[in-house]
Design a protein. Structure first.
Lengths: 578, 177
């Protein structure tokens, strides 16, 4: 049976045939796909490829991470800030399994990755050979596509297909497992970019009647509200979204993955929805008459209890992935297709509007949230430092231009709530999977993909220690990422839940931490620890001004909680302010 | 939509690739859905496989799961149908001691009445094959069980739909793009 249904050739393809090894072919495929940086870790079953990476070291930069999980997250950070495909490479067995968390993260957050793993020689498959794992079996539920190559001649076609699938439509991770004999074997190399797979329709065609139906509902709405997600960023629809929001005067909120698609300062940007989102957009989800979802998937952390979610509203869902429509929330009108094209088709059909009174309702609720939560987060009067005031200071010093790479937990929610974003693709975080340990390696990838940007990793003391070994990568590669560890000596979010829902039984959440600054010093990374408010501005200033990587550890209040909060399984209407 | 649990036959047209069965069964497993039967074979189109899977789920579940199948790169198209919308069959095989055929005259009547087919007979055993609905095969099994069955096996459901499934057209459209 034919392995792929790749058709035709692109004009940019390399069409001359030459006799080379499978491992050299892999490198040539990567170069043909425009890959100039990849992240990985060598080992027995991938050594032929590393030998070629050595030969091609002037064309393609291999970054040796300190753990394969770091390689996968670095490739994610690379992809998330640039929109390009991130590439990670590892050996068989433990090398491959160590990639899995990053792959699962990329799958649930729709991040385009191509992961290449070495595999034992094909004659040893299934024999429990040294460092053999069934990585195809293991990765199947967490990949958009995966494939095992056992013959060198398959490599160009399979890798072309891998890149095409990873980046087209709703992006996602692809894993290609290549046996060692396929790496050593020879083939007549010819590279043709993949431009289609017959069983795969990445972008549904937009039905203009659906767009018209959407416009009709939106034009008739008295209280319309937009909730956009990462689909806007992935579809490069930021300008189209802005145009729609402005023309129809619709208050627009974002999911954690959609953050930064519209600048924070935009007057119609009403903040974040979800468990720790803003008060107004959560509350008013259950007041709006038309809910316009754009490139988002109604995650449970966004909706809370589905039985009490936006029941009064007509729902219009703009979405590229048909499986997301009616999955969690019934759509009265669904527009399938790329977000940019869909919104551009919608724009001329919309009536100009301002919805002033409705917008005022958001402002009124914001005032309540400010009084009850934000004021104390950003302008605290108590002695201990808050995470919020650190973020505020970073906003000031970076002038809102920094890309914020956050880990998972309280600091992540604070980072997403309070970061001021001027530019798109500025909020890089593990949204769907909630992977602690994501931020440090992801920040490496982000900074390398966008060296011109200020990249600030915001990490808790727990998550920092989950991939702390990547300080070695930062040191060896001289990646000038800025690291802020918000240290409350707790696994803060779990502690918060223990406080609120488990009668303060702090089971295994208190951390006795090492001296992080000394650890950083061991990697020749400069750093400073502060614990007082009057040190904050200067410390952040020093960090931002640093030309090299820098660790700022801020000792924050130990038992602060993140509010607002929609308790797990509760209605968005029941959002708590304290 | 109807939340009642019903029997649905899911038809999935796919490329013929290693690992796809794993990908498809994982979609059921992840949602804690038990597969009643699963059959895969060549379809009417050269190089295209067809899975026929029987599950007891609600219609909203069926709809969502079809979306998940269609999302898989190597799935060409997936459908779900109720029993009324399909023509379906199963096949059962019975291995029985040959002396029963001669010592128990009733067995011959059972074979005749059930429209079962004798596949092979030798001195030791004979093999019966019966195609039909589950209840017909089960009824035959009950009848024969009285005399003793050496081996019994029943296939998964195979089915064709009453409505047309335009896979060929879909593939042609891709080739003409």
């Amino acid at each position: 049976m034919k392995e792929t249904q790749t058709i035709e050739t692109s004009k940019a393809s390399v069409s001359k045939t030459e006799r080379i090894t499978g491992s050299e072919a892999i490198i040539k495929c990567l170069i043909a796909e425009g890959v100039d940086i990849l992240y990985g870790y060598p080992g027995g079953a991938i050594m032929p490829v590393y030998d070629e990476l050595y030969k091609y070291r002037h064309d393609i930069h291999h970054v040796l991470t300190r753990h394969e999980q770091g390689a996968a997250h670095a490739a994610q950070g690379f992809a998330r800030i640039s929109g390009r495909v991130g590439v990670a490479i590892a050996t068989s067995g433990p090398g491959a399994t160590n990639l899995i968390t990053g792959i699962a993260d990329a799958q649930i957050d729709s991040t385009p990755l191509v992961c290449i793993t070495g595999q034992v020689p094909s004659n040893l498959l299934g024999t429990d050979a040294f460092q053999e794992t069934d990585i195809i079996g293991i990765s199947t539920p967490v990949t958009k596509w995966n494939h095992q190559v056992t013959d060198a001649s398959e490599i160009p076609e399979v890798l072309a297909k891998a890149f095409y699938i990873a980046k087209s439509g709703r992006p996602g991770p692809v894993l290609i497992d290549i046996t060692k004999d396929a790496q050593f074997g020879e083939l007549d190399f010819k590279y043709e970019k993949c431009i289609g797979v017959r069983s795969y329709n990445p972008v549904p065609k937009i039905e203009i009647n659906d767009v018209k139906a959407a416009a009709k509902l939106i034009n008739a709405a008295k209280k319309p509200m937009i909730v956009w997600g990462q689909g806007v960023i992935l579809g490069k629809a930021e300008e189209a979204l802005k145009a729609v929001v402005e023309k129809a005067g619709i208050p627009a909120a974002w999911t954690i993955m959609g953050a930064s698609a519209l600048p924070t300062s935009h007057p119609l940007n009403i903040g974040m929805v979800g468990m720790h989102g803003n008060y107004a957009p959560n509350k008013l989800t259950n007041e709006c008459d038309v809910l316009i979802a754009i490139g988002m998937r109604f995650d449970d952390r966004v909706t809370g209890d589905l039985n009490t979610y936006a029941k009064q509203a007509k729902v219009v869902h703009f979405e590229i992935d048909p499986a997301e429509v009616n999955k969690n929330v019934h759509a009265d009108v669904a527009v399938l297709g790329n977000s940019k094209d869909s919104l551009e088709a919608l724009l001329p059909l919309l009536n100009e509007n301002s919805h002033k009174a409705w917008h005022q309702e958001f402002k009124d609720l914001y005032a309540i949230e400010f009084e009850k939560v934000i004021k104390d987060d950003l302008h605290p009067t108590k002695e201990g430092l808050t995470m919020g005031e650190v973020l505020k200071e970073i906003n000031i010093q970076s002038e809102g231009d920094a890309a914020i790479v956050s880990d998972v937990g309280q600091h992540q929610m604070i980072a997403c709530r309070y970061s001021e974003f001027n530019k798109t693709k500025s909020n890089i975080t593990s949204g769907g999977l909630g992977t602690m340990g994501f931020a440090l390696p992801a920040a490496i990838g982000a900074k390398m993909a966008a060296p011109e940007r200020e990249v600030v990793a915001i990490i808790g003391d727990g998550g920092f220690q989950m991939n702390i070994q990547e300080l070695g990568t930062i040191f060896q590669q001289k990646v000038p990422v800025k690291i802020v560890v918000l240290n409350n000596e707790f696994l803060g979010m779990v502690r918060q839940w223990q406080q609120l829902f488990f009668d303060k039984r702090y089971a295994s959440t208190e951390m006795t931490n090492p001296d992080f600054i000394t650890i950083a010093k061991g990697y020749y990374i400069a750093g400073k620890r502060i614990a007082k408010r009057d040190q904050l501005a200067d410390a952040v200033k020093e960090m931002i001004a640093s030309k090299e990587s820098y660790l700022l550890e801020v000792c924050v209040e130990k038992e602060d909680n993140v509010f607002p909060m929609i308790p797990s399984g509760a209605s968005v209407s029941d959002i708590r302010l304290s | 939509m109807n939340e009642e649990i019903k029997t649905f036959t899911i038809s999935i047209y796919t490329e013929n690739n290693i690992g796809l069965l794993n990908r498809i069964s994982a979609i059921f497993q992840r949602r804690h859905i038990n597969i009643e039967s699963l059959t895969t074979s060549q379809s009417e189109i050269e190089g295209v496989n067809r899975f026929v899977i029987v599950v007891n789920i609600t219609e909203p579940q069926a709809k969502k799961i079809i979306g998940q199948f269609q999302k898989q790169i190597e799935v060409i198209r997936a459908y779900y149908h109720t029993d009324e919308e399909t023509i379906f069959q199963e096949s059962g095989m019975f291995k029985i001691k040959s002396d029963l055929l001669f010592n128990e005259p009733q067995i011959q009547n059972i074979i005749k009445e059930s429209n079962a087919r004798i596949v092979t007979v030798n001195k030791e055993f004979f093999v019966l094959e019966k195609s039909g609905r589950r209840n017909e095969i089960e009824s035959l099994r009950r009848d024969l069980n009285i005399f003793g069955i050496m081996q019994f096996v029943r296939s998964g459901r195979i089915s064709v739909t009453k409505e047309e499934m335009k896979i060929t057209e879909m593939l042609l459209a891709f080739n003409n793009q």
